[in-house]
Design a protein around this ligand. Sequence first.
Ligand SMILES: *Cc1c(COP(=O)(O)O)cnc(C)c1O
Length: 384
Amino acid sequence: MRSSGMTKWVGPSPLAALSAKAALVTETSVLTLDLDALASNHAVLRAQAGGAEIAPAVKADGYGLGAALVAARLWDEGARSFYVARLSEGLALRRALGDRAATIYLLDGVTPGSAPAIEAARLTPVLNSLPQIEAWNSHARGRVLDAALHIDTGMNRLGLRPEEAVVLTGAMDRLGHVNIDLVISHLACASEPGHPLNAHQLTRFTETAALFPDARRSLANSGGIFLGDDYRFDQARPGISLYGGGPRDVPDARIKAVATLEAPILQVRVMPRGESIGYGATYTASQTTRVAILAVGYADGLPRAAHPRGAVWFDGARRPLLGRVSMDLIAVDVTDCDAARPGAMMQVIGPDLPVDDAAAAAGTTAYELLTRIAPRARRVAKGG
Ligand SMILES: *Cc1c(COP(=O)(O)O)cnc(C)c1O
């Protein structure tokens, strides 16, 4: 009996058969998350941080790599506190961590209307302003709820200015339902050890945090961990160097690649001397050139600005991009490279093409490159 104009499909779906086959062939870009490399970077940062707790930043879905997998592995490596930015990220992470008793710090703090959801998910807000502290205090009413406090020491983004922190200490008996058990600040120039703002922020942080003698203290991000003992305090909050970016925005031999983005060759062709390639005809062959066309483009997260300095890695060498990055395709010079055949995978980011270098070639940072890898890239995890 048919209740609508649609025919019910009986028997194996041709689409299911197709997707089973598709799983065997690699027809899209593939993003591989190396969980053992993640654990190795965590160990490097932990050693570098001395005795400070490592509280990973897993905001933006673990810098685009998958916060649930990242946090679960780092929990196994001993991490007990994590940082997210958005409430939605905190709720998702709490669900993903299940019954693991992790502390999840919410960097956005108590945004209007969010207090009940924050408490229900047992998130710890990082309070960024006097009104946010008031909001958390009035939500808490008869109880005492934990919070972290963000002091702005020179970035002028989120957080109380030091003079507001002084005001706050004068009002604490009125705000008795908030227990500030951690004071944080964030460095603006941690990847530049010689920048004078680092020492300035350190001084301001040390002075202002002293107003809250019972609270633990946290200042360092990835770069901050490498600025010296003074910057480590009780807790460090690394993000990018867990995920394979160097603490100084350039590759660091101690930090392993965690994300590998690869793309298959769709076609290999010969471009005669004098012809151009791609949109805008920006590249003209000065000699007969063998070209591999790859199934990756800006819709996969490879920035369009990777032209003209970008490259991929294949068969032991960097191979330059030829012409503009398209939505779905790039062209790569494989002259004298016999291994270039349809179906072979080329590395766009990974152990042989560090994310910092790939980012620099596109005029951006490892942070932006990683967080922009698009859903079209098939995601695979490897490692314990
Ligand atoms: C993102 C973030 C971090 C992590 O910074 P990395 O440079 O990725 O190590 C630490 N603290 C705060 C407040 C952040 O927003």
